[in-house]
Design a protein. Structure first.
Length: 47
């Protein structure tokens, strides 16, 4: 009984962590894309 309630709490904890990570990754990927675009522009202007 105790194991099932703790595993449920664990699952909810994991879900909330995944949600936070997903938001962070989405923002991180956006920032990365912006940074890559900026660097690509710099590279192409040097050629």
């Amino acid at each position: 009984m105790a194991s099932s309630s703790s595993s449920k709490a664990q699952a909810e904890k994991i879900r909330s962590v995944q949600g936070m990570l997903f938001e962070r990754v989405t923002k991180g990927e956006y920032d990365l894309a912006v940074e890559n675009t900026r660097q690509n522009r710099l590279l192409s202007s040097h050629m």
